[in-house]
Design a protein around this ligand. Structure first.
Ligand SMILES: Cc1ncc(C[n+]2csc(CCOP(=O)(O)OP(=O)(O)O)c2C)c(N)n1
Ligand code: SF4
Ligand SMILES: [Mg+2]
Length: 322
């Protein structure tokens, strides 16, 4: 039976604040899963802790709400042990760029075939608005007593430097565009990273929906909003690495860095970098273990039916004894 968009929704009560950008991201994820026709039982959404971390409760697939900063290691284990699953990882900017930053770097180097979406609101929403690693130095949101004392990370540039093979940015109030980015991320072979600009009206009054939409600049535009967010597609930008056609990784990355550095009056969204010339972690395992695709760890027998492990653990222990 063909799945509908409503099949990807749950009845769980949603307690995000009214006007939160998280709603747009949730809709885009559900729409992308539905349009990609991902099977409910073969799809897993893994989250960290934060307002963003509640997402798996609202998507009707297998959901795992893990620890703060740890969704990537959980997801890596899930995908490697059961490569037939579709894995989508979600978490906050604090989760991924703060406490989970080491895992963010390691995931880029591995290139496991999965999607990672960061909800980028510049604050620690769940814990009442402290500055997150993406908030600009000197910014004073209404949730802070003093302006932010720490410089920010640019998640897109960090992702490219770490080896992510698909790097994109979306905006939570352009749901159709975000949906198309998430679909492209699902289709990508390798780790696809999507940073989503997500207004938090409760704690971040600086990077608000009105600010992204340029409503504060209407005086400069005959009374109409002058949006800060624009799409890379509208510039004819090509994010694809194609070494045979003379667009090697370094060439594309230099173009991507230029756009990814833009902020303030104009903020690009879209796919910045896509490289399918790098083997996935699964490809690398397969090279070493030929039976991996037919018999990945999740499909292997661990017991003999008599509650005894198949592996000869006592034999291993004997080998290790000194
Ligand atoms: C190990 C650990 N440290 C700290 C916390 C407290 N904590 C919970 S959520 C959070 C930050 C949430 O911010 P972010 O990841 O940006 O998610 P958001 O709420 O903004 O979506 C913190 C510090 C925790 N739960 N676990
Ligand atoms: S605190 Fe901010 S990020 Fe969290 S639900 Fe409310 S508006 Fe959204
Ligand atoms: Mg946050």
């Amino acid at each position: 039976m063909a799945l509908k968009l409503t099949d990807y929704r749950t009845e769980v009560h949603n307690d995000w604040c009214p006007g939160c950008g998280d709603f747009g991201i949730l809709s885009a994820v559900q729409m992308a899963l539905a349009e990609t026709k991902l099977n409910l039982s073969d799809t897993v959404v893994v989250s960290g802790i934060g307002c963003s971390g509640k997402t798996p409760h609202y998507v009707n697939v297998t959901g795992i709400h893990t620890l703060h900063g740890r969704p990537l290691p959980f997801a890596t284990g899930i995908k490697i042990s059961n490569p037939g699953l579709n894995v989508v990882v979600v978490g906050g900017d604090g989760d991924g760029m703060g406490i989970g930053a080491g895992h963010f770097v390691a995931a880029g180097r591995r290139n496991v075939d999965m999607v990672y979406i960061i909800y980028d609101n510049g604050v620690y929403g769940l814990t009442k608005g402290q500055a997150s690693p993406t908030l600009k130095l000197g910014t004073k949101t209404k949730g802070l007593i003093f302006p932010n004392m720490t410089s920010n990370i640019n998640p897109l540039i960090l992702a490219m430097a770490c080896g992510y093979t698909f790097v994109a940015r979306g905006y939570s109030f352009n749901v159709q565009h975000l949906k198309s980015i998430i679909k492209a991320a699902i289709d990508h072979r390798g780790t696809a990273f999507v940073d989503v600009l997500q207004p938090c009206p409760t704690y971040n009054d600086i990077n608000s929906k009105e600010w992204y939409n340029g409503e504060d600049r209407s005086a400069e535009n005959n009374g109409r909003p002058l949006p800060r967010v624009y799409t890379l597609e509208s510039k004819g930008y090509d994010p694809n690495v194609n070494t045979d056609a003379g667009r090697d990784a370094e060439t594309v990355m230099l173009d991507a860095f230029k756009y990814a550095s833009e902020w303030g009056d104009s903020i690009p969204i879209g796919v910045f970098y896509r490289n399918e010339e790098i083997p996935t972690y699964g490809d690398r395992i397969l090279e070493r273990i030929p039976e991996y695709s037919a018999l990945p760890p999740a499909k292997q027998r661990i017991g003999n039916g008599n509650r005894k492990p198949v592996a000869d653990i006592e034999g291993y222990m004997d080998e290790l004894s000194v």
